[in-house]
Ligand binder design. Structure first.
Ligand SMILES: Cc1cc2nc3c(=O)[nH]c(=O)nc-3n(C[C@H](O)[C@H](O)[C@H](O)COP(=O)(O)OP(=O)(O)OC[C@H]3O[C@@H](n4cnc5c(N)ncnc54)[C@H](O)[C@@H]3O)c2cc1C
Length: 401
């Protein structure tokens, strides 16, 4: 293999390149990115970038000397527009680039509100430009509406409050994060907002947005109206797969892969937010996650399996994600969907610190922790070891003393 192309120059794409070089791939390595920036980290975009005057330069995922050492053919500011799997070619601008091996890491983009119109002052958040635009708007805004009480919306709410804005969150579900964590735990997360004075409205959606040049008022489906000079929409992300539409690859809520991250054509692998992968730890259920840790794990595995296809390894990992809101840290590991039982094992919502466990059958399926980093590590270990529910209860007894 002499020519490897990686499409998508962010976390998964860069980490794939680093892993390829670490595994002694000495051929030509091309990294193609739509954004004009060197790969940068996204989690701070909704956290420190909004709550402080952090310099975007601090978000870089690689230092200049380390980048030089990778010896990449780096094409930035230009998206790949087509993939021809027969000719082994990726089209970028008016150039076609030949590959022996390809890693697709084109991630996802922020979903927009279907009710969005041309009114100014309505933002989504995915890129450093989005974050800078929201930061600048926060400086001159007094009243902010956040649409969606997911992680990104919640983090922006915390930053807006920190900057002295009046903040309302509009959530369509009966509680924040309900789809991922269930009603009880979602409601406990909702308390974080309410305890800081955020106006959290659940079970409602946006009906109309009013304003001549910029947003002035929002009408909700329950008929109520809220004045606002800034709206930030955090209603999920859409995988960037349009450039693959005529490639013959299977697209279904992301680029569909087998458990080795192969997309069904020899020599082509996917990694990160764009990839829908059966995770062995989850019993092989295909899943597209938007988690930082998953993107780095995929990148390492895609690089390894591309270089050693005969010795391919399946993706097998406990999903993990975190979120920082106000002064609080939420951590989630494992599978917290479709559970049989959810139980507070340590602490409580009132104490502002807890560990919640999710049971499926006899198995410990997932754990969510608020401000409980030490016990969380132990529960995550138990999940990695495919621990049973009674082991989770025993651990709680031990930790609770
Ligand atoms: C505001 C924010 C906060 C987050 N906070 C957390 C957190 O606290 N914890 C956590 O676990 N995760 C968090 N995440 C998620 C995490 O950042 C993502 O899981 C991670 O960025 C995924 O990396 P990726 O490389 O797969 O995709 P992306 O980061 O989306 O990168 C894909 C890259 O490919 C480029 N691209 C797209 N199409 C093309 C094309 N056709 N040709 C070339 N390039 C293309 C894109 O422009 C982009 O640069 C956050 C995400 C955001 C947006």
């Amino acid at each position: 293999m002499n020519e490897i192309v990686v499409v998508g120059a962010s976390l998964a794409g860069l980490r794939a390149c680093q892993n390829l070089r670490r595994a002694n791939f000495e051929g030509n390595l091309t990294l193609v990115g739509e954004e004009k920036h060197l790969p940068y980290d996204r989690p701070p975009l909704s956290k420190t970038m909004l709550s402080t005057e952090q310099d975007p330069g601090e978000l870089s995922l690689i230092s200049a000397p380390d980048l030089a050492e990778l010896n990449l053919n780096l094409i930035l500011g230009s998206p790949a527009t087509r993939l021809d799997t027969e000719a082994h070619e990726v089209t970028v601008g008016d150039e076609t680039i030949f590959y022996d091996g390809l890693i697709i890491a084109t991630g996802a983009r922020a979903r927009k509100l279907s009710k969005s119109n041309d009114t100014g002052g309505i933002h989504t958040l995915r890129t450093v430009e989005d974050s800078l635009a929201i930061r600048s708007a926060l400086q001159s805004s007094s009243s902010v509406i956040i649409v969606g009480a997911g992680f990104i919306g919640s983090e922006v709410a915390a930053a807006a409050l920190h900057r002295g804005c009046k903040v309302s969150i509009i959530e369509a579900g009966a509680a924040p994060l309900m789809r991922g964590l269930g009603y009880e735990v979602g409601s406990a997360c909702g308390r974080l907002h309410q305890s800081h004075g955020v106006d959290l409205r659940v079970g409602v959606q946006i009906r109309n947005i009013y304003g001549s040049h910029t947003v002035e008022e929002v009408e909700l489906t329950d008929g109520s109206r809220i004045g606002a000079d800034l709206v930030v929409v955090g209603v999920g992300a859409t995988p960037n797969t349009e450039w693959l539409n005529d490639s013959g690859l299977t697209i279904d809520d992301g680029l569909v892969c087998d458990t080795n991250l192969n997309v069904g054509v020899a020599g082509i692998y996917a990694a990160g937010d764009v990839a829908r992968v059966p995770n062995q730890w989850m019993g092989g259920r295909p899943l597209r996650t938007e988690h930082w840790t998953t993107a780095t794990e995929h990148a390492a595995l895609a690089a390894k399996n591309l270089l050693q296809p005969a010795d391919s390894t399946a993706y097998d990992s406990v999903p993990f994600v975190w979120s920082d809101q106000y002064e609080d840290r939420i951590q989630i590991a494992g599978d917290t969907n479709d559970f049989d039982e959810v139980s507070f094992l340590m602490g409580s919502a009132e104490e502002g610190a807890f560990v919640v466990a999710y049971r499926k059958g006899e198995r410990l399926a997932g754990v969510m922790a608020l401000n409980s980093m030490r016990p969380f590590v132990q529960y995550r270990r138990l999940l990695m070891a495919h621990g049973q529910w009674n082991q989770a209860l025993d651990l709680a007894q031990e930790l609770n003393g």
